[in-house]
Ligand binder design. Structure first.
Ligand SMILES: Nc1nc2c(c(=O)[nH]1)N[C@H]1C(S)=C(S)[C@@H](COP(=O)(O)OP(=O)(O)OC[C@H]3O[C@@H](n4cnc5c(=O)[nH]c(N)nc54)[C@H](O)[C@@H]3O)O[C@H]1N2
Ligand SMILES: Nc1nc2c(c(=O)[nH]1)N[C@H]1C(S)=C(S)[C@@H](COP(=O)(O)OP(=O)(O)OC[C@H]3O[C@@H](n4cnc5c(=O)[nH]c(N)nc54)[C@H](O)[C@@H]3O)O[C@H]1N2
Ligand code: SF4
Ligand SMILES: [Mo]
Length: 728
């Protein structure tokens, strides 16, 4: 029997035993969203269910599902397209490697335990550590895959459940440079200032440090359509990526030199009188300082530092300057630098100076990374943040959130520190217990050896995950969670559009939703009255109120509307409001309505090359894997496309170091080393190596990256580390 979608969603809302009985041995179709990147493509799954006997754990509800077909489903972002990761995403969700029961470490071995035992154990350990060493001895570490509801609840759990100031999340490594730049320049951080449908109306598009072809592949047709309409695309990347391959001009910048490259383009635009004086006068502040700064730098200096010839620089500035509509999009290549915040601001200068924002076919885009990279940065899992993009250091914001939560403002902790700084505090022993939900920090943090050492020695580590990730393996308790297919909640895509993803299947075994875990822990900690939620919708309704009047205002968005309208842009202050795709049409979000130019220079010392470390290591992604690879390495359809890690090296450079293609090499920096397979690429700069980030252990690129942070946003300088390479 094939059940219809409406029937199954009502069944999935039932008590677990009843639902399992109804769904036993059925085939049904349901709609979901890919769990991976920020496009959040909708997909339709055909699911077969069966009940199996689980002899190892009698208490578990043995329930398994299998996905027999995946189809892209029409929606406004991916327009029905789905990429290879989306097509295979279910493979990790149905994997036999899923954790289905809580685990507690006994005599050094993780052993099955009941939920009651596991939750009680965590609550006891956290309470004891807080009694002995103070409330801030406990840290909480979240992630951008979590739904808005879970991210919101995790922030509330840290502040009210545990009363600690230490909470941060993996988005610190992802969105912090662009987010803080948008907040500073525009007064508001929303990934794209335009709807995706505007891209085809742009006449020139700069894609800086963004490899959309591999990282948001279903967006590619927006850019090819723009080209078909006559747009010129400029890609800035040290390698000729698949994205660069479609460009009209590729600028193979020296890693870490983007800020100066943006300045060079602006200097040339100014020399050619291609700026929009009216826009500068009416809508911006700070142009005089910028003008003075531009006069102080020379084109010779810029070409020498960036590695881009003057001819190419002139060509790029002409393409950009002649366009009547233009866009700039940046991603981690520009942003994961110790000057990433300023680099983004210097790119935005280009748009402000030419009046290319707030009109159709124009604007800035920070290409958000994770599935809920946008929503995850709005509702309070950041060290300095309260829901609705409010500030934890602002008295009015504190009073408002305290009133929504029913506490006094003084009861809210102050701001903590960023993700990597929390790891440093773990290493020094100041943070004595860590609760991780939705991240694999020992693979994804820079200077991974320090992080691993810290987590090996921390007195108490609890991890909520679907799998025994590299981090979970070190934990004292591991809690099995539901996957994207099984958990209802909202996620906000890269455009700032809030989408509802409804559960499509029953969680296997004893897996619980992240929010259920937080609710239960809070109960045992005696703080249950703040967490009495029976559904993700109930959490969302509190989030709506908490975000009301804030920058990221979700008040007007309801589950009911989301079911009818597919997706709604924030800000959406009332149930009648539409939510806008294109923002800043009339004014920016600062009190005076103006945007701010940036003339400021980075004061952080650059990672320089030396005789000992003569090459620049950068890193990033490949199409078939996702982040630390925990999910994709367990999906046969994806893992088989790229079975091991590698370093991309120019053949001339390899010859110089007497390295043959496919040999196993060691890459060493001041901070550590890793080993990978060597792969030749004629299209990478000769001074640059590129390594993907999807593997742990000896293949983990982060064993060599450095822990230096951007002073503005605490983004690590992932993308530039001086290294040497040799046969291992
Ligand atoms: N397939 C796949 N897709 C993903 C992800 C994934 O893991 N796999 N992750 C998602 C997430 S969380 C994120 S944050 C995004 C990331 O999306 P992107 O930022 O596009 O991905 P990266 O590969 O990290 O970096 C992009 C490009 O920056 C280049 N680069 C390196 N150093 C520099 C530099 O100094 N300057 C410039 N201009 N470019 C440089 C790299 O060569 C690379 O091609 O992707 C999302 N989508
Ligand atoms: N060298 C280098 N390092 C980088 C980067 C880089 O470009 N270069 N990029 C950085 C960026 S942009 C990012 S976003 C980070 C990502 O870094 P991580 O957060 O460490 O990456 P993930 O692999 O997504 O880890 C997510 C973990 O949570 C689990 N998980 C997935 N969904 C859920 C859920 O709903 N609930 C729970 N409880 N668990 C879940 C997964 O199984 C996995 O173990 O890495 C950063 N590190
Ligand atoms: S990885 Fe991104 S582009 Fe690919 S299907 Fe998933 S959401 Fe869509
Ligand atoms: Mo990311």
């Amino acid at each position: 029997m094939v059940m219809k979608m409406e029937d199954t969603s009502s069944v999935l809302g039932l008590n677990r035993d009843t639902a399992a009985a109804v769904l036993e041995d059925t085939v049904y179709q349901a709609t979901t969203q890919c769990p991976f990147c920020s496009v959040q493509c909708k997909a339709e799954l055909t699911i077969e269910t069966r009940r199996t006997q689980d002899e190892t754990n009698k208490t578990a509800i043995p329930f398994r599902h299998n996905v027999t077909e995946v189809k892209g489903k029409d929606n406004k972002a991916s327009e029905g397209r789905i990429c290879v990761k989306g097509l295979n995403a279910h493979q990790h969700a149905v994997s036999k490697r899923r954790l289905t029961s809580p685990l507690i470490k006994k005599d050094g071995k993780l052993t099955d335990a009941s939920w009651e035992e596991a939750i009680q154990f965590i609550a006891d350990r956290l309470s004891t550590i807080q009694k002995e060493s103070g409330r801030d001895a406990v840290g909480v570490y979240g992630g951008g895959s979590l739904t808005n509801e879970t991210a919101y609840l995790l922030g509330k759990f840290a502040r009210l459940g545990l009363g600690t100031k230490y909470i941060d999340y993996n988005g610190r490594f992802c969105m912090s440079a662009a987010a803080s730049a948008g907040a500073k320049v525009f007064g508001m951080d929303r990934g794209l200032t335009f709807p995706l449908s505007d891209i085809e109306h742009a006449e020139c598009i700069i894609l800086a440090g963004t490899n959309i072809a591999e990282c948001q592949p279903t967006l590619m047709p927006y850019f090819t359509r723009a080209q078909a309409n006559g747009a010129q695309i400029i890609v800035i990347d040290p390698r000729r990526t698949s994205t660069a391959a479609m460009a009209d001009l590729h600028l193979a910048v020296r890693p870490g030199m983007d800020m100066l490259l943006a300045d060079g383009l602006l200097k040339l635009l100014k020399e050619q009188n291609m700026l929009d004086d009216h826009f500068i006068k009416d809508r911006t502040n700070g142009y005089e300082e910028l003008e003075a700064y531009l006069s102080s730098i020379t084109i010779e200096h810029i070409t020498e530092q960036t590695g881009i010839t003057e001819d190419k620089l002139r060509l790029a500035s002409e393409m950009f300057g002649k366009a009547k509509t233009a866009m700039v999009l940046t991603a981690r290549g520009v942003e994961q630098q110790t000057d990433g915040h300023l680099a983004v601001r210097h790119f935005i200068n280009l748009l402000l100076a030419t009046g290319n924002i707030g009109r159709k076919g124009c604007g800035y885009g920070a290409v958000t990374g994770q599935g809920n990279g946008q929503g995850g940065r709005e509702h309070g899992q950041k060290a300095d943040q309260l829901p609705g993009y409010r500030s934890i250091e602002d008295d009015q914001d504190r009073s408002y959130i305290a009133s929504v939560w029913g506490v006094k403002p003084e009861e809210l902790p102050r701001k903590g520190v960023s993700a990597y700084e929390m790891m440093e505090l773990v290493h020094t022993g100041e943070i004595k217990a860590l609760f991780v939900m939705g991240s694999n920090p020992i693979v994804s943090n820079p200077n991974a050896t320090l992080v691993e050492e810290g987590l090996e020695h921390i007195p108490f580590l609890a991890v909520a995950d679907m799998f025994l990730s590299e981090t979970a393996r070190l934990a004292d308790v591991v809690l099995p969670v539901s996957s994207y297919m099984e958990n209802t909640g909202t996620l906000t895509n890269l455009e700032g559009r809030v989408l509802l993803r409804e559960a499509a299947a029953m969680p296997p075994g004893e897996c619980r939703h992240d929010w259920e875990i937080l609710r239960e822990l809070a109960h045992v900690l005696g703080r249950g009255h703040f967490f009495n939620f029976n559904s993700s919708e109930a959490i969302f309704n509190e989030l709506r109120v908490a975000s009301r009047g804030g920058i990221a205002d979700y008040y007007g968005i309801t589950y009911e509307r989301l079911r009818k309208e597919e997706g709604i842009y924030w800000p959406c202050p009332s149930e009648e409001a539409e939510g806008a795709g294109r923002i800043f049409e009339e004014h920016f979000a600062h009190a005076d309505g103006r945007a701010i130019f940036t003339a400021q220079q980075s004061e952080v010392l650059r990672e320089g090359l030396s005789k000992e470390f003569p090459l620049m290591l950068t890193n990033g992604r490949v199409l078939s894997h996702y982040l630390t690879g925990v999910q994709t390495r367990l999906s046969p359809g994806l893992a088989s496309r790229q079975i091991e890690n590698f370093v991309e090296i120019h053949p001339d450079t390899a010859r110089h170091y007497m390295i043959r293609e496919h040999s196993w090499v060691k890459v060493t920096s001041r901070y550590g080393e890793f080993q990978v397979r060597c792969r030749f690429n004629e299209q990478i700069r000769k001074d640059t190596l590129f390594v993907p980030m999807h593997w742990g252990g000896v293949q983990n690129v982060n064993r060599a990256t450095r822990g230096e942070l951007d002073p503005f946003c605490k983004m690590p300088g992932f993308k530039t580390t001086a290294v040497r390479i040799e046969l291992s």
